[in-house]
Ligand binder design. Structure first.
Ligand code: ZN
Length: 106
């Protein structure tokens, strides 16, 4: 298979040197998909969505919730994205729920 190139992050990169990052609605990264490996290539956002969520109803659900995918080079991924970092927003939500529960109990 000829090597596919994409223009991303202001330069031309081999698709195999790129990844689709899934962003949660709060703005935190929550997944990564290598854009090309072996005979598989995911050159468009739609192809990446289909690979992550084969079912249309799942894609619709996550897209409605505000999830999005972004293609970036592994270079940029390594310098900007930390999938190991815990989402601070979900934790804030839990705290608020705990406060609400405490208030309701008072
Ligand atoms: Zn978050």
């Amino acid at each position: 298979m000829p090597e596919l190139k994409v223009e991303v992050d202001g330069g031309l990169h081999a698709l195999s040197n790129c990844a689709w990052i899934t962003w949660a609605p709060c703005g935190c990264p929550c997944g990564a998909l290598t854009a090309a490996f072996g005979d598989d290539a995911f050159a468009t956002e739609d192809q990446a969505w289909r690979e992550h969520y084969p079912l249309k109803r799942d894609r619709d659900k996550y897209q409605r919730q505000g999830y999005r995918m972004e293609l970036m080079s592994w270079e940029r991924y390594r310098s900007e994205v930390d999938l190991a970092a815990k989402c601070p927003h979900a934790k804030g939500k839990t705290t608020q729920q705990t406060l609400d529960a405490a208030e309701a109990a008072a």
